[in-house]
Design a protein. Structure first.
Lengths: 954, 155
C-alpha cells in the first residue's frame, strides 16, 4: 500500500466511486465521485489527535465490530493515505448540535464539516476492476446460530482475535466470558459448496481451507494449552504451491483432528454458552453431538454487493454468481466483455493471494496496450554538490509533529542537549518538519550554515526518510548524508506515560544519530544501460502469452522453444476447462499471433549459457547468441510418468489421464478405446501427487481434469467411478462441474492413505479394482475395462536443473523454481531481471498460466522500458587488500553477488557485483577478515552509535 | 488504544538500577514492528535503544561483544520470522551468528541471558512491546553487567 501511495505515477483516490465511463479503449472518459471526507487530505498528517479528542465511540468495522473506534478515525493502522475521515452518521456535529472537538484539536486546521464531495473527470486508456469480494454473511444459515450464540464466531472474527494488533492483542478468548477456550471447532464450507435449498453459493470459496489450517497452527502458538481443535470438512482443498506441505504439517499437531462431515446444526448450552455441534462423521457414519468452548464458521467469499452497480457503469455483465463475467475466448482470466476493461483478483471469482497478485500484474500488462506512457523524467541539469570533505557540520532538526512528539518530549531540553554535542552547528525545531514549509526551512539552513550532515529527530525513516533525502538532494547535499532519528513511533508514542524517561531516551537516540551521521559517506546511484529486449524461454502457453504481451508494448522479444514446435502441453490436450475451449483452437490462435508478430521465435533451440545481470544478459543458445535485458523462464512442467503403481505397465488397460486425453482427442461422438467402447472406467486420483516420497505437493490440475474427462465418458454411456482422497475442484466453474458429474451418475469413492486402491488382473489386462469403502468398512470390488491414473505434475527435471545451474534461481523441495515471495512475488525470482511464468514454478492450469505469462510481461516491461536501471548504492563492497579469498561470502549469498576473481598481481580476492547485491550486509558480518564493507551500515557507523550511547559507562 | 498492564517486578536488586540495553532490529520486520507498536500506542519499557540494520544477518558477534565491552547490560537482536526474511535466509544466518556470539559470551564469563535473539514481524507491535518488557525485566533481575563500571561504582 505504501509503495502504491508513494509512487510518482500512481494517484490514489480513496473514498471514491466510479459513476460514469464513456468513450472507448484508449480513450475512456471516467467520472469519479469523491465522497466527502470532511478532512482535508493535503493538510492532515495523520497525527490522530482529533480521534483522541472525539467523544463518540462506535464499533470498529475493521475489527469486525469487536473493537471500537471514534467518529473521526483512520480505517486501520497502516491505512494509505493516512488521512482521517469523519463518519457523519455518528458525528455529533449536526444542524442543531455543535461539538467541534476535532476541529479544535487539529493544529493544521484540516477539518471541514461542510465538505460536500466532488465529481472529478479523468481521461484514461484502460480500466482495471479489482474490487474484491464480500465475506458471506453466516447469519443467513439459521441452524448455525451465528449472531444468536455468544461463542460462535466467523473466520474473519477469529483472524482479528489472533492478530497481535487486534482487539485482544492476539490472546484467544471466547466472547461470552473472556476465558481461554480449551476446545475449538471449525466448520468448513459455510456459505460455500451449498447443496439443494440450503443457503449459500454453489462454488468453492477456495481460501477457507488453508485459512483454517493456518488458524489451527496459530491457535496452538497463541494458546499452547489448547486441548482439542476439531475441523469439520468435506474436502481439505490444499491446492496451491506449498499448501499440501502446510496441511501435512498441521496434521502433526496432536490436538488437531480433521473430521469429515458437515454439521447439521449448532445449539447452545444456555448456562455455559458452550456451542453444541450436531454432526455425522462421514467416515464412520456415527452421529454425535460435540460440545466445544468455541465454534468458528469458515465463511466463504461472495461477490461484492457493489458489483452490480459498477457493472452497470462499466457496461459489462455479471455471471450467475455476481462476479464480473470473463470473455472466455482468450482463455485468460483477465478480459471482460468490454475492450479496455480488465478484471483481476476476486472481482472475477474466488482466487487466493498469489493468483490475485499475478492477475493484478497481468491486468496491468493488458492495460498498458491502451495506456500512454508518461515521458521519462529528465534529470535536472548538473547541480552543484556540497563539498563534504571537511570536518562534519551537523544540523539537528526536531519535529513536534503537532503534539505527537512535543506533547510528550521536552523539546527545549532536547534542543539544549543537541547543541552540546560536538560538531553540531545548528539546532532548530518545527511544528511539522515534513510539511513543505518545514522542508524548505531545512534546505535554507543547509546553505546558511554550510551543513554537510543533516539529522532529523522525527517519525520513522521507513516512511519519511525519502522525503528528507530528496530535499537534501535538491540543494546539493548527498542524500546519504541524511540521518533520521525515530523519536515518535518508537519513543513519544510508546512511552507516553513516562515523559522524563522518554525524553532521556530521545536524548540518547539523537546522540547516536549525530554520531552515526559523522561517519556517513556520500554514495552515488550507479545507472547501467538496459538492453531493451527480452528472452522468453519456453514456447508453451505461458511463454507465448508473455512474449505476445511484450511485443504488443513495442519491445524486442526472442522466444525459444526446445521442441520442434510451439504450444507445449496444449498440443496434447483436447479441451480446456472450464469453458470447454478447444485446446487446438487456443494453441493455433496463439501460434498464429506469434507468427504474425515481430517476435523472433525459434524452435528446436536450447540454452547453452547465460552470463550477466539485470539489463545486460549475454545468452548463448544452440542457435546463436543473444543480448537481452531480462529473461522469462516458462519451460513448464512434465506430467508424472507412473512407475508400476496400480498395475501401470503391467496391464495394458491401465492408462494415464494424458493417454486418455489423446484417445478423447481422436474419438468424435462415440468413445472408443482401442476400437471398443468401454463399459466401466475407474479413475484413480493423486498418482504421483501428495506423496512426500515423489512429489509432496498437490498438482491442482488433475481433479478438474478428471471431472472433465469423466463427464465426457459418462455422456457417452460409460459407467465411471472416481477414487480420490479429496476432490479439489478449485477454480472457476470447477465445483459446478463436479456437481454436474455427480448428477450424471459418476460415482465418487474416497480412499485414505492407509489403504490405497488395488488393481487385479490377468493376461496383461486389469480386471477388478478393490477399494475399502470407508463408511461401510467393506472392500468393494469393481469390474473394470479401463483404469485411468490421474498423474500429477512434476518438474521438467533436465531443463529445470540446467537452468538452475546457469541462472542460480533457487528450487523448492519438489524441484520447482522458487518465486521471490510465495504470495506477493509469484512471477519474480531472487535474481533481478529473471522471471518465471506458468508451471515451471509449480502446477497450474491453463488460465492461471496465461495470467502468469501476462504478469511476467508486466514485470519485465517495468524494467526494460527504461533506458537505464538505477542501482541502489547501499550495497556491500570488498576491500580487496584485506580479502584472503576464503569464499565464505560466495557461499552464503542468496543473490550470487560475491564471486572470486583474479587480481592483476595474480592474487585471488572476492568481488561483489553491485547489480546483484541487495545490501543486506550478511556477508559483511560473516567476513572473517573484515574486508567486506556494508555501505551505509558500516562497522564504524554502527560502532559509533554504541560508543555514543555507552560513553562513560565503562 | 489498549494499555499494556505493567507487571510488578518481584526482585529488584537495586532500586535505582536502570539497565543499558542495545537492541538491533532489522529494517523490514522488527523495526517496522516497533513502528507498529507506536501506531497502536502500545506502552512499554523505555530502557533500551534501537540500532537499525537492514537484516538481522548483519549483526556480527563483533557488534554484540562491542556493546557488552562498552558496558551494555543486555543486547537484543531481532529479525523476521523464519520464512519472512526480506533477504530469504538472512535470519537463518543470524541464528548461526548468534550461536557463535553465545559461545563467546560464555567464554568471557558473562551470563548468556544477557543476550537474546527474537523474531518480531512488521505487524506484531504488541509483541515487540512484550519482548522489550520481558527482556528489560530479565536484565533488571540479572543486575548490572560486570563490565558496567559506572553501576558497580554506585554500589
Amino acid at each position: 500500500m505504501l509503495d502504491a501511495g508513494r509512487h510518482p505515477n500512481i494517484e490514489v483516490l480513496t473514498n471514491s466511486e466510479l459513476i460514469e465511463l464513456g468513450g472507448s479503449a484508449g480513450n475512456f472518459r471516467a467520472k469519479v465521485w469523491r465522497r466527502p471526507r470532511y478532512v482535508n487530505e493535503e493538510l492532515c498528517t495523520g497525527c490522530g489527535q482529533c480521534a483522541e479528542d472525539c467523544p463518540v465511540v462506535v464499533p470498529n468495522e475493521f475489527e469486525v465490530g469487536m473493537g471500537a473506534r471514534k467518529a473521526i478515525y483512520s480505517p486501520f493502522a497502516q491505512a494509505v493515505p493516512n488521512t482521517y475521515i469523519i463518519d457523519r452518521e455518528n458525528c455529533l456535529n449536526s444542524d442543531f448540535l455543535v461539538c467541534n472537538n476535532c476541529q479544535k484539536s487539529c493544529d493544521r486546521d484540516a477539518i471541514n464539516y461542510d465538505d460536500s464531495g466532488k465529481v472529478v473527470d479523468i481521461n484514461v486508456g484502460a480500466v482495471i476492476v479489482a474490487t474484491g469480494f464480500d465475506v458471506y454473511d453466516a447469519s443467513a444459515i439459521p441452524s448455525y446460530g451465528y449472531g444468536l450464540y455468544h461463542n460462535v464466531l466467523t473466520n474473519m472474527e477469529l483472524e482479528r482475535v489472533l492478530n497481535a494488533t487486534g482487539p485482544t492483542q492476539g490472546h484467544i478468548v471466547r466472547p461470552s466470558d473472556h476465558k481461554v477456550p480449551r476446545k475449538i471447532a471449525f466448520i468448513q464450507c459455510v456459505g460455500s459448496r451449498g447443496e439443494g435449498k440450503e443457503a449459500g453459493c454453489q462454488y468453492c470459496s477456495r481460501f477457507c481451507c488453508m485459512n483454517t489450517v493456518k488458524d489451527c497452527l496459530l491457535i496452538k502458538q497463541h494458546a499452547p494449552d489448547i486441548e482439542e481443535v476439531l475441523v469439520f470438512y468435506i474436502d481439505i482443498r490444499a491446492a496451491g504451491k506449498g499448501f499440501e506441505d502446510f496441511y501435512r504439517r498441521s496434521q502433526e499437531m496432536p490436538e488437531l483432528k480433521y473430521i469429515r462431515g458437515r454439521p447439521s446444526k449448532i445449539l447452545e448450552d444456555p448456562e455455559t454458552h458452550d456451542p453444541i455441534i450436531f454432526v455425522e462423521d462421514g467416515e464412520t457414519g456415527k452421529v454425535s453431538r460435540i460440545k466445544v468452548d468455541m465454534a468458528v464458521l469458515a465463511s466463504g467469499a461472495v461477490s461484492a454487493e457493489s458489483n452490480s452497480r459498477l457493472a452497470d457503469v462499466l457496461g459489462i455483465e455479471l455471471d450467475e454468481n455476481g462476479f464480473f463475467e470473463i470473455d472466455t475466448k482468450y482463455g485468460s482470466p483477465l478480459h471482460t466483455l468490454r475492450e479496455g476493461v480488465y478484471v483481476c483478483g476476486c472481482a472475477a471469482g474466488v482466487n487466493d493471494i498469489s493468483d490475485s497478485v499475478a492477475q493484478g500484474s497481468g491486468a496491468a500488462a493488458e492495460a498498458e496496450r491502451f495506456a500512454t506512457r508518461l515521458p521519462e523524467e529528465k534529470e535536472p541539469k548538473e547541480k552543484k554538490e556540497i563539498d563534504t570533505s571537511g570536518p562534519p557540520r551537523v544540523g539537528v532538526f526536531l519535529c513536534h509533529c503537532g503534539i505527537n512528539i512535543a506533547g510528550v518530549l521536552d523539546i527545549e531540553a532536547l534542543k539544549e542537549h543537541a547543541k552540546s554535542i560536538p560538531n553540531v552547528v545548528h539546532v532548530e525545531d518545527n511544528l511539522f518538519l515534513c510539511s513543505d514549509e518545514g522542508q524548505r526551512m531545512v534546505q535554507e539552513r543547509i546553505s546558511e550554515h554550510k551543513l554537510n550532515r543533516v539529522v532529523a529527530a522525527a517519525c520513522t525513516p521507513r516512511t519519511h526518510e525519502p522525503i528528507f533525502r530528496e530535499s537534501c538532494d535538491q540543494v546539493g547535499l548527498n542524500p546519504y548524508l541524511f540521518e533520521m532519528v525515530n523519536v515518535r513511533d518508537q519513543c513519544s508514542w510508546v512511552h507516553t506515560t513516562t515523559p522524563d524517561k522518554a525524553t532521556a531516551k530521545a536524548k540518547d537516540l539523537i546522540k547516536m544519530g549525530v554520531a552515526r551521521s559523522k561517519h556517513l559517506q556520500p554514495l552515488y546511484k550507479n545507472s547501467i544501460p538496459v538492453n531493451q529486449s527480452v528472452l522468453v524461454i519456453g514456447g508453451g502457453v505461458a511463454g507465448m502469452c508473455a512474449a505476445l504481451e511484450l511485443e504488443a508494448q513495442g519491445l524486442k522479444v526472442y522466444l525459444i522453444e526446445k521442441e520442434g514446435r510451439l504450444g507445449g502441453i496444449l498440443n496434447d490436450l483436447t479441451r480446456v476447462y472450464p469453458a470447454n475451449l478447444s485446446a487446438f483452437e487456443l494453441s493455433r490462435a496463439l501460434m498464429e499471433k506469434v507468427e504474425a508478430s515481430r517476435i523472433e521465435a525459434t524452435a528446436s533451440t536450447e540454452i547453452n549459457s547465460i552470463r550477466g545481470f539485470v539489463g545486460n544478459f549475454d545468452v548463448a543458445t544452440t542457435n546463436g547468441n543473444l543480448k537481452v535485458g531480462a529473461i522469462v523462464i516458462a519451460t513448464g512442467a512434465h506430467i508424472y510418468k507412473p512407475g508400476d503403481e496400480f498395475g501401470y505397465g503391467q496391464f495394458d488397460n491401465v492408462i494415464t489421464n494424458q493417454e486418455l486425453e489423446n484417445i478423447l482427442h481422436d474419438s468424435r461422438d462415440k468413445i472408443k478405446i482401442k476400437g471398443e467402447t468401454p463399459e466401466t472406467v475407474v479413475f484413480v486420483q493423486c498418482v504421483g501427487s501428495r506423496d512426500p516420497e515423489k512429489n509432496s505437493g498437490c498438482s491442482r490440475y488433475c481433479c478438474p481434469t478428471t471431472i472433465k474427462q469423466a463427464i465426457r465418458l459418462r455422456e457417452s454411456g460409460v459407467n465411471v467411478a472416481v477414487l480420490h482422497r479429496d476432490m479439489r475442484t478449485v477454480g472457476a466453474q470447477a465445483e459446478e462441474q463436479y456437481r454436474r458429474a455427480r448428477e450424471l451418475g459418476v460415482k465418487f469413492i474416497r480412499y485414505n492413505d492407509e489403504r490405497l486402491p488395488e488393481v487385479f488382473g490377468d493376461g496383461g489386462r486389469a480386471r477388478t479394482v478393490e477399494i475399502l469403502e470407508l463408511a461401510l468398512q467393506r472392500i468393494l470390488q469393481v469390474d473394470v475395462d479401463y483404469v485411468v491414473l490421474a498423474a500429477g505434475m512434476v518438474p521438467n527435471e533436465a531443463t529445470t536443473a540446467k537452468l538452475h545451474d546457469i541462472l542460480k534461481v533457487p528450487r523448492d523441495a519438489d524441484g520447482f523454481f522458487m518465486e521471490r515471495h510465495a504470495k506477493l512475488g509469484p512471477v519474480e525470482t531472487t535474481i533481478e531481471g529473471v522471471f518465471v511464468a506458468g508451471c515451471v514454478s509449480g502446477p497450474k492450469d491453463i488460465a492461471d498460466s496465461i495470467a502468469q505469462g501476462s504478469a511476467a510481461a508486466a514485470k519485465v516491461a517495468s524494467i526494460i522500458c527504461k533506458e537505464t536501471v538505477e542501482l541502489e548504492p547501499t550495497t556491500c563492497t570488498v576491500d580487496q587488500s584485506l580479502c584472503r579469498a576464503c569464499g565464505q561470502c560466495v557461499e552464503i549469498c542468496e543473490y550470487h553477488g560475491p564471486s572470486l576473481v583474479e587480481l592483476a598481481d595474480g592474487r585471488r580476492a572476492a568481488k561483489i557485483n553491485q547489480a546483484l547485491c541487495k545490501g543486506c550486509g550478511t556477508c559483511a558480518s560473516w567476513c572473517p577478515t573484515g574486508a567486506i564493507v556494508a555501505l551505509h551500515f558500516t562497522d564504524e557507523q554502527i560502532d559509533s552509535m554504541m560508543e555514543a550511547l555507552l560513553a562513560g559507562v565503562v | 488504544m489498549a494499555q499494556r498492564t505493567t507487571r510488578t517486578k518481584k526482585k529488584k536488586p537495586q532500586a535505582e538500577f536502570v539497565p543499558n540495553i542495545v537492541a538491533f532490529a532489522c529494517n523490514w520486520c522488527s523495526y517496522a514492528g516497533a513502528d507498529t507498536a507506536g501506531v497502536n500506542r502500545v506502552q512499554y519499557s523505555p530502557n533500551f535503544r534501537v540500532i537499525r540494520t537492514m537484516c538481522s544477518g548483519r549483526v556480527s558477534p563483533g557488534f554484540v561483544l562491542k556493546a557488552l565491552k562498552l558496558g551494555a547490560d543486555g543486547v537484543l537482536v531481532s529479525g523476521c520470522h523464519f520464512g519472512d526474511c526480506h533477504y530469504i535466509f538472512g535470519n537463518y544466518k543470524a541464528v548461526d551468528q548468534f550461536e557463535k556470539t553465545k559461545a563467546l559470551v560464555k567464554t568471557l564469563g558473562l551470563d548468556e541471558k544477557r543476550i537474546r535473539l527474537e523474531w518480531v514481524s512488521a505487524a506484531e507491535g504488541a509483541r515487540w512491546g512484550q519482548v522489550i518488557d520481558e527482556f528489560v525485566e530479565q536484565i533488571t533481575a540479572l543486575g548490572p553487567s560486570p563490565l558496567n563500571h559506572k553501576q558497580k561504582a554506585k554500589k
